[in-house]
Design a protein around this ligand. Structure first.
Ligand SMILES: [Zn+2]
Ligand SMILES: [Zn+2]
Length: 205
């Protein structure tokens, strides 16, 4: 085994409290890291709150906070819980960081320069009341497959079907309840990963 190791585990979502499932993983990883360090390996254990995703924006609104306040509150709670369980991270950080932003921009710009980013217009649901496009999670309605009410715009929790928000019956805005949603097109960026297939296969092996 290599003498220098970088260890992490699945990033906890910054959208609520840690539960026992998170801690099982953390304790197991911590045991492994402690063993490696005791054996004299140069081992770094890093982790972070995953702060990006539509559910975070929805929960923040419900709690009457900005997304930044919401993730800061969850970060404090997570850090305290990990400390109480004596999880020995060398770094417990956040994806909402200047470093992450810098590298994301760097990667995106490099891809763009290489001609791997294509722009296409995509039809999306739009709420005229909130004056914003609605991601799948911001749309609720009746499942087109089994008819269960109050399901998300992309999947049904009852029958497990996945679908397009435009297939949902009686769609409404999850923020304001507006049932008169429009379909509007907006530009989206796509990365042509196939361009890097050979490199990625080599690198990941
Ligand atoms: Zn269903
Ligand atoms: Zn709305």
């Amino acid at each position: 085994m290599a003498s220098r190791m970088l260890v992490t585990h699945a990033l906890p979502y910054a959208n609520g409290s840690l539960h026992l499932g998170h801690l099982v993983e953390s304790v197991q990883t911590d045991v492994f890291v402690r063993a490696m360090k005791a054996m004299g390996k140069e081992c770094r254990f890093i982790c972070a709150d995953d702060t990006h995703g539509t559910p975070i924006e929805i929960s923040a609104r419900k709690a009457g906070m900005s997304p930044e306040e919401w993730i800061a509150k969850n970060y404090r709670e997570h850090a305290q819980d990990y400390e109480a369980f004596e999880i020995g991270f060398d770094l417990f950080y956040t994806t909402h960081s200047p470093e992450n932003e810098r590298y994301a921009v760097q990667i995106f710009e490099a891809l763009q320069k290489d001609g791997a980013v294509v722009k296409r217009d995509v039809l999306q649901m739009y709420c005229g009341v909130d004056q914003r496009f609605l991601p799948d999670r911001f749309i609720r309605g009746t499942c087109p497959v089994c008819g269960t009410q109050d399901q998300y715009g992309d999947s049904c929790e009852n029958c497990g079907s996945t679908y397009e928000p435009t297939e949902l019956k009686n769609p409404r805005c999850a923020i304001c309840g507006n049932t008169n949603l429009e379909r509007r097109s907006s530009p989206h960026y796509f990365v042509k990963l196939s361009k890097y297939q050979d490199f990625l296969r080599r690198w990941t092996s």
